[in-house]
Design a binder for this molecule. Structure first.
Ligand code: NAD
Length: 383
């Protein structure tokens, strides 16, 4: 059994799919682990670290591999060199990767998408969306604290009292709750809002004030939010305006699965903020929660500096890689079974976790919405 770790080719990507510390988990299962030269460089892991951990370092590590793991999808040129039946495990944003999915299908590659791992309790240790959101949420709070030219905490000194900064967080999912926890630890006064009813209690449990708006909550399926109507979105913006105007720092992390990020804050609302205010928009890459935010840039809107997130987990490549690698190792472990007394890479496609994150297999797109988007046959029909 062989598992390959491919280097990342996406611009600005510093994470790696396997860290040296976890190589032993795979060799203990019976895998030969082969790593592409320089794959861990961005996360400060050298080839020597991987060799010392028991891996091989090889130019084309995927040759003869059962599974190829990476953070981002493999380049098409690599996919086309994989023998049919090889498996890939990576993030694979199917909505934006239809052409690549068609190639994976046509090459007979079995592809698994980390973002499709079902969010059930048994799969929590494989939930890479959560692990990377945790990193992003922490980073957002640190960025806000770094950009703000004032203290987060209350300071009582002989020279007088410095009042704490007020931070507003919009969207209190995994990233938002981590941003709240981090800003609280730094001593800021934090207020937060989320459209899900369950969020208010979670916000309070982090030591923040839950902003209560006279609006209906929006629960979707699987613990996620539902999209707002334009009328509700406008009322939410009106009701949030005074909270945002009073904030020193605003952090936005709102998302609705499969949709553009909701526009929560207009440029006019940011213009009401005080001089020196800071806005951190984690959703900048998916359309932005804040009007005018740009991914990877700091722009000025009114009195505020607006920071737009771009591949935020990659800005903390060490911990992001460690957590992602653990998610991948747990998924690969689930797919490794003892058959006739011998350990084998043998995913059980009856398992809801395995089938849930499988995008393509044996020349068929298994993920129903992607299959329809590609215009392929429905399940059971001949290919
Ligand atoms: P997400 O990244 O899709 O969204 C982030 C947050 O934005 C969510 O809390 C959502 O409610 C909020 N949001 C959406 N529209 C909004 C709006 N108009 N205004 C304000 N907020 C808005 O979600 P996520 O962080 O990945 O997960 C959300 C929830 O899913 C978690 O809090 C948790 O309850 C659940 N979850 C469950 C599991 C599990 O069971 N294994 C794992 C992870 C998350």
């Amino acid at each position: 059994m062989k598992i390959a770790v491919a280097g990342e080719t996406r611009e600005g990507e510093a994470r790696v799919a396997l860290v040296p510390e976890l190589v032993g988990k795979l060799t203990d299962l019976g895998y030969v682990v082969a790593v592409e030269p320089g794959a861990g460089r961005g996360a400060l892991h050298t080839d020597e670290d991987y060799l010392a951990a028991g891996a091989e370092v090889a130019e084309e590590p995927w040759t003869g591999a059962d599974v190829v793991v990476s953070v981002n999808p493999l380049d098409l040129a690599v996919v086309r060199r994989l023998p049919a039946g090889t498996a890939t495990v990576s993030f694979l944003p199917v909505n934006q990767s239809l052409e690549l999915v068609a190639d994976l299908r046509d090459c007979g590659v079995t592809s698994f998408a980390m973002e499709l791992v079902p969010r059930i309790s048994r799969a929590q240790s494989m939930d890479a969306l959560s692990s990377q959101s945790l990193v992003s949420g922490y980073r957002c709070a640190i960025v806000a604290a770094g950009l703000l030219r004032r203290f987060f905490p209350l300071n009582m000194t002989a020279a007088g009292t410095v009042t704490p900064a007020e931070v507003v967080v919009l969207g209190a999912g995994v990233a938002g709750l981590q941003a709240i926890a981090t800003a609280r630890r730094l001593g800021a006064v934090v207020k937060a809002y989320d459209v899900r009813a369950a969020a208010a209690e979670e916000i309070r449990s982090m030591g923040a004030v839950a902003i209560e708006l006279e609006l209906e909550t929006l629960e979707g399926s699987g613990g996620y939010a539902r999209e707002m109507t334009e009328d509700r979105a406008q009322r939410q913006r009106d009701l949030l305006s005074p909270h945002i105007a009073a904030a020193d720092a605003l952090i936005t992390t709102a998302a609705v699965p499969g949709r553009q990020a909701p526009l929560l804050v207009t440029a006019a609302m940011v213009e009401q903020m005080k001089p020196g205010s800071v806005v951190v928009d984690l959703a900048a890459e998916t359309g932005g929660n804040v009007e005018g935010s740009q991914p990877g840039k700091v722009v000025r809107v009114g009195n505020a500096q607006v920071w737009g997130g771009a591949n935020v987990p990659s800005q903390m490549p060490g911990p992001a890689s460690r957590l992602y690698a653990q998610n991948v190792v747990n998924l690969v472990t689930l797919m490794t079974r003892t058959l006739d007394g011998v350990p084998a890479y043998a995913p059980d496609f009856e398992d809801e976790i395995v089938i849930g994150c499988c995008v393509s297999r044996d020349g068929v797109v298994m993920h129903e919405p992607t299959r329809s988007a590609l215009g392929g046959p429905t399940e059971g029909e001949p290919v």
